[in-house]
Design a protein around this ligand. Structure first.
Ligand SMILES: [Zn+2]
Length: 247
């Protein structure tokens, strides 16, 4: 039998101090990369979260007006578990986020406020690999994040932001895309994995709407880093993988 070999993943750069994760919905970071976030905050790095929506359209049995505040609360609790205290919401509409200049402007403003060296987002590609179709909100936000990393450094793009006192920030060195089917880099998830589980479990109302299973069993069945393929590509260690776009 022929052994299939995979290119090895590089370790993520670690010569940085501030990261900003920008995603569409509550639970996107927990689904994609919370174990890496825990590892980074343990090492004394600052990480902030920015969410395009409050995930108000994510629970079938709850009206958006009721679901939004619950999901916001769950997201803040979830962030706290992995050492993140800054959580902001851009108030785009869940499920129908439009890729365009309004979204790019809001993300550019967030990048200029927080001045991160590393920006993290969730898979912007059409699929999760093969024929697993991605949600349009993830595609819109992921693309806008990759664009805004450049927009943030140009004072003539969105000059109204400069007028509001948000000076250009050209210091984003990488955008790391979690959940990509084409990963290039990885973070060892050995230490952060248990906290990632607890972080995701804070989305209790949401998880209970997804499954009749015990929430913890459900979360553990999807744990990033248990994927044998990414482990094989990273010295057999559990890993959170990223597709890294250097700037
Ligand atoms: Zn999502």
């Amino acid at each position: 039998m022929t052994e299939v070999t995979f290119a090895q993943l590089e370790p993520m750069p670690d010569d940085w101090q501030r990261a900003l994760a920008v995603v569409a919905h509550p639970d996107d970071i927990e689904y994609g990369c919370a174990a890496a976030i825990a590892t980074w905050t343990d090492a004394g790095r600052e990480v902030g979260y920015v969410l395009a929506t409050r995930g108000e359209a994510g629970i079938d049995t709850l009206e958006p007006a009721e679901a939004g505040p619950i999901r916001e609360r769950e997201q803040r609790a979830s962030a706290a578990v992995v050492g993140v205290s800054t959580v902001e919401f851009l108030d785009h509409q869940d499920g129908v986020i439009e890729y365009g200049t309004a979204l790019r402007r809001d993300i550019t403003a967030a990048i200029r406020r927080h001045r991160p060296e590393l920006v993290v987002t969730l898979n912007h590609r059409e699929t999760w690999g093969e024929t697993f179709w991605n949600a349009p909100d993830h595609v819109a936000v992921g693309r806008a994040v990759l664009d805004a990393a450049g927009d943030a450094g140009n004072r003539w793009i969105f000059p109204e932001l400069t007028e509001q006192g948000l000076e250009p920030w050209n210091g984003v060195r990488w955008v790391a895309v979690a959940g990509s089917s084409m990963p290039t880099h990885a973070v060892d998830a050995t230490v952060g994995r248990e906290r990632a589980v607890r972080s995701r479990l804070e989305h209790r109302t949401y998880l209970e709407s997804l499954t009749d299973e015990d929430p913890e069993a459900y979360v553990r069945s999807f744990l990033p880093g248990d994927a044998r393929q990414s482990g094989k590509r990273f010295g057999n260690r559990p890993a959170v993988t990223f597709e890294l776009f250097p700037r």
